[in-house]
Design a protein around this ligand. Structure first.
Ligand code: DGL
Length: 268
């Protein structure tokens, strides 16, 4: 069983690609919708929320968790991997999204200017700057925190003209640095992928985070098959949310293009 965790609906953009690439496995998607957005919280709070989600998912029998959330990957992953997992869950693992996206961007960029759009938490953690420069010290990273986008997406406002106007305002300063590659450093922005690509223009590549993470996961599982087994029965899909399940179902159905059932849980 593979857990996919996000602060809310955003991780569905990653889950959709993972499920497409690796349909044979069982998945539990957990969205902490009740406490989203994570991006404006302190690192301590983000760690604590993420740890609770990790406990919950491992408690349900997951052997591997993908922290689809960039904010959780930036602020909690390292501590979880280095101090929490070895003591509490030996033999299980947690993967994040920052490294796979940075690795791909470092190869994709020709002019060595990479733009990163993310939450305040992700931008302030400098996790993308560190990872991109680990790949190639010559890469210049320009970042933009876009704190208004997550609440708009959680409210299903992604098609509204107000959202498009705010999006353009966030993109303008990034374009002035002439990046040729853009990382959507927040899962929620995947809901706006087409608009973001349109505003950057066709000469700037906005990376498909879902596809990149799914490809990396597939590579990882082929090297570490012990983390996910193909069950004999029909592959399971479980959707959990910490907020109203009806609202989650409506939004998830819109994004995944099929009917799903969600269950409300609480994290502590
Ligand atoms: N979707 C999350 C991310 O990828 C964060 C959104 C939020 O809760 O602020 O960073």
């Amino acid at each position: 069983m593979i857990g996919v965790f996000d602060s809310g609906l955003g991780g569905l953009t990653i889950f959709k690609s993972i499920e497409k690439k690796l349909p044979q496995f069982d998945y539990i998607y957990l969205g902490d919708n009740a406490r989203t957005p994570y991006g404006n919280h302190s690192q301590e709070v983000i760690y604590e929320y993420t740890r609770q989600a990790v406990d919950y998912l491992f408690g349900l029998g997951c052997t591997l968790i993908v922290l689809a959330c960039n904010t959780a990957s930036s602020d909690a992953l390292q501590k979880l991997q280095q101090s929490y997992l070895p003591k509490k869950y030996p033999g299980k693992n947690i993967l994040g999204v920052i490294r796979p996206l940075a690795e791909l961007a470092s190869v994709a960029t020709k002019n060595k200017v990479v733009a990163v759009m993310g939450t305040r938490g992700t931008v302030e953690s400098k996790s993308y700057i560190r990872e991109l420069q680990l790949q190639n010290l010559k890469i210049k990273v320009v970042q933009q925190a876009c704190p208004l986008l997550v609440p708009l997406i959680e409210e299903n406002w992604e098609k509204y003209s107000e959202t498009k106007m705010i999006l353009k305002k966030y993109i303008r300063p990034l374009k002035s640095h002439f990046p040729d590659t853009v990382i959507l450093g927040c899962t929620h922005y995947g809901w706006l992928q087409k608009d973001i690509q349109k505003y950057f223009g066709k000469n700037i590549k906005v990376l498909d985070s879902g596809k990149i993470v799914a490809d990396k996961l597939s590579e990882y599982l082929s090297k570490h098959p012990e983390y996910a087994h193909v069950s004999k029965n029909k592959a399971q899909r479980i959707f959990l949310t910490t907020d109203d399940q009806k609202r989650f179902e409506i939004a998830a159905q819109k994004y995944l293009g099929r009917k799903i059932k969600a269950e409300k849980i609480s994290l502590q």
